[in-house]
Structures are given as C-alpha cells and as structure tokens.
Design a protein around this ligand. Structure first.
Ligand code: ADP
Length: 176
C-alpha cells in the first residue's frame, strides 16, 4: 500500500560524525524552504564512529535549537525506510564537489528504485564550506593541543571543538 508522504517535510540524512559548518549550512537552507526538517543520524553497526549516535544527536539538537521546524533523530537501516517512517516526501542531501555529485547520483537512483515516491533534493552549501569533510576534521583534531583547537573553529561549530579535542585526547591516553 503506498503511503501519502508530506512534500513539505524533508529528511536530511547523514553520519554527522561530527556535525560540521557545512552540515549546518545545509540545514539552515533546508529549513528556509521546507516547513519541517528531520535530521536523521544514520547508525551503521559495521562502522566505528568517533561520536556515539547519542552524542551526535545531543550536539545537533543543541546546535539547531534556533530552528523551530527542525528535529533530530537517529535511525538504523535504509535511509529511504527512515524517510517513509517520518512521513516526509523529500530526502535532502548536500553537495560540495563533482565527486559528491557522482556518488550522490548513484545513491539517489538506487533510492528511487527502492522508494519511487521519495524525491531526493540536493542543496549546495556556501563555497566557504566546500572543503569541509569529516575525515579532514578528524585529521586536524588528531594533531591535538591549541593549534588543532584554533584550526577546528574554521570547520566545525565552536560547541563541537571542545568535544572533538577531548575525544582525541582520550583516545591518545587510552593508547599509551
Ligand atoms: P554520509 O556518510 O551519508 O555522506 P555525511 O555526514 O558525511 O554523511 O554527509 C551528509 C550529507 O551532507 C551528504 O549529502 C554530504 O554530501 C553532505 N555534506 C557533508 N559535508 C558537507 C559540506 N561541507 N557542504 C555541503 N554538504 C556537505
């Protein structure tokens, strides 16, 4: 039985490990277009994330309180199933580069095969954030100390800088 999905409700899915300035820019743009945005944090049991799903949810909720039409949830399994469960008609994704376009294109075609009633919509973040990726952020945080802390401010919201530096300090002390 096909379900009626709300075309004004968009679900922005991703790992958000950690949430970055690029992610926030996409949420802000989405919140200005759609009446409701659900940020869906994907839990992949095969991956070892830096932050637990609960930590990511807490950080994102804190960062997004100024948007009354944005909620944050975690999900497991297929993103299209989560979008359907939320009742939204749109899956929101962000684009940075042409490499992103290629990967996202394949993914959205696969998602369309799984759930034809869901439209994937891509938003471009500001060019200021094009270079920001979670893997680069993790490399910088690994440097540790004041230098890393100062540099991270250009990549993640300031509320994420402290938890990031702490996480790597903890990892280093556990290894020694
Ligand atoms: P995933 O593992 O699903 O790609 P991410 O958390 O890395 O999860 O990204 C979630 C979405 O946000 C993806 O569509 C990704 O292309 C987009 N995104 C990530 N970083 C940026 C950025 N700096 N600017 C614009 N979009 C971004």
């Amino acid at each position: 039985m096909s379900q009626t999905l709300n075309p004004h409700h968009a679900i922005y899915v991703g790992s958000f490990d950690p949430p970055t300035l690029g992610h926030l820019d996409i949420v802000e743009r989405g919140a200005a277009i759609y009446s409701k945005i659900t940020v869906g944090i994907g839990i992949n049991p095969d991956k070892r994330p830096l932050f637990s799903p609960e930590e990511r949810q807490q950080m994102l909720q804190g960062l997004l309180t100024r948007f009354p039409n944005v909620e944050v949830k975690c999900f497991q399994g297929l993103a299209v199933n989560f979008v359907q469960e939320c009742g939204g008609g749109v899956m929101l994704r962000g684009l940075r580069t042409l490499t992103d376009v290629e990967a996202e294109f394949t993914m959205s075609l696969a998602n369309r095969t799984l759930a034809a009633e869901i439209e994937t919509v891509f938003l471009m973040a500001s060019e200021k954030y094009t270079h920001i990726s979670s893997s680069l952020i993790k490399q910088i945080a690994q440097l540790g100390g004041d230098v890393a802390e100062e540099k991270l401010k250009d990549f993640v919201p300031r509320q994420v800088v402290g938890p990031l530096v702490e996480k790597f300090a903890l990892k280093t002390s556990n290894q020694s």
